[in-house]
Ligand binder design. Structure first.
Ligand code: UGA
Length: 369
């Protein structure tokens, strides 16, 4: 389409995260249809994150521009660099060849996800030994070579990017005859799946080895706070795990509506990548799921509460009120380490927080991984 409508030379900027060498494919198609017009393809990967997109745009750690190493390619890079130079210091604008730019995007997401899988792997060991993962990650992150960010243990990472980009990287490695490298990165995803399974197992084993017919409140469904996005959210796998054991779920998320939740729970992995009209509609079979608009309604008469997104409002809920309206023993499973465990234990809750020293109750009922 670009070739069809172009009447003068054009720079085409690739911003989406794409398989490495997509620029080459775009270039070939455009050049075969060019009618004498010069097309320069640049790779300018997006690094902004959901919930902080505007800050990330105004104050990026770096901007990456990849282009051909020809004089025309370099001229195109300069043209785009001049656009960013209006608000980004030039020393933060990195210019590379096309493939480095495309691969750096996948590598950056893989490294970020790897940090979470590393700390989540540690969280399992912390629970087994009595160490506290927050203390461990604080101590580790103080090393300036490691740094403090992205070291929060959690029920698992989600979102539309990390898993997809790592699988993309794995695929490229396999295609290039590098199975060892592919397996190395695959392990980041395996630990993420393990962490979600481990969480479900903790819940089931703590609640007398079954959640069948028990009401469990799910607080938070989005893949992280300050977004209503549910793509690849760990909540889907946790809820499916609990539904598999016939739990009754009452779900509350301040930003996600019932239709979305029902759709997500009916979907197979990666269905979300299809257009909405090709996604399954809410099936009547999901009768075990009830979506409410308030944390207190979700937790009323519940046997257990699972916190799956770190929404700020979950820190300041009236947990005494919640406890009073729940069945006993009342459990809290904190998949994001947002609650004050000591306070909740004083109220009477049995509390499980990822990677923290275990309640005596949980020690007596170890999770089967
Ligand atoms: C991610 C990257 O952070 C962006 O730089 C990138 O541009 C974007 O993907 C993309 O490729 O488009 P995003 O998916 O919006 O951004 O979300 P993140 O903030 O990276 O969080 C991803 C997941 O990791 C969330 O589920 C979050 O809860 C989890 N997480 C994050 C942890 O479990 N622990 C942490 O310490 C940090």
């Amino acid at each position: 389409m670009i070739a069809d409508v172009s009447k003068s030379n054009k720079i085409v900027v690739e911003k989406s995260t794409v398989p490495v060498k997509t620029a080459e494919a775009i270039e070939k198609i455009l050049n075969h249809n060019s009618k004498g017009i010069d097309f320069q393809i640049l790779s300018n990967p997006e690094f902004l994150a959901e919930g902080t997109a505007i800050q990330d745009l105004f104050n990026p750690d770096r901007v990456l521009i990849g282009g051909r190493e020809t004089p025309e390619g370099q001229k195109a890079i300069e043209a785009l660099r001049d656009v960013y130079a209006h608000w980004v210091p030039v020393d933060r604008i990195i210019c590379t060849n096309l493939w480095s730019a495309e691969l750096s995007k996948l590598a950056a997401n893989a490294f970020l996800a790897q940090r979470i899988s590393s700390v989540n792997a540690m969280s399992a060991l912390c629970e087994a030994t009595g160490a506290d993962v927050s203390q461990v990650s604080h101590a580790v992150g103080k090393d300036t070579r490691i740094g403090p960010k992205f070291l929060n243990a959690s029920v698992g990472f989600g979102g539309s990017c990390f898993q997809k980009d790592i699988l993309n990287l794995v695929y490229i490695c396999e295609c290039n005859g590098l199975p060892e490298v592919a397996n190395y990165w695959k392990q980041v995803i395996k630990i993420n799946d393990y962490q979600k399974t481990r969480f479900v197992n903790r819940i089931v084993s703590s609640m007398f080895n079954t959640v069948s017919g028990k009401k469990i409140a799910i607080l938070g469904f989005a893949f992280k706070k300050d977004t209503g996005d549910t793509r690849e959210t760990p909540a889907i796998d946790v809820c499916k795990g609990l539904l598999g054991d016939k739990a009754l779920l009452s779900i509350y998320d301040p930003q996600v509506n019932e239709e979305q939740i029902q759709r997500d729970l009916a979907m197979k992995k990666f269905d979300w990548d299809h257009p909405v009209h090709l996604q399954p509609m809410s099936p009547t079979s999901i009768k075990q799921v009830n979506v409410v608009w308030d944390a207190y309604a979700a937790t009323k008469d519940a046997h257990g509460v699972c916190i799956l997104t770190e929404w700020d409002e979950f820190k300041t809920l009236d947990y005494q009120r919640i406890y009073d309206n729940m069945r006993k023993p009342a459990f809290v499973f904190d998949g994001r380490n947002v609650v004050d465990e000591a306070k909740l234990r004083a109220i009477g809750f049995i509390v499980y927080s990822i990677g923290k020293p275990l309640d005596q109750w949980l020690k007596d009922m170890p999770a089967v991984a």
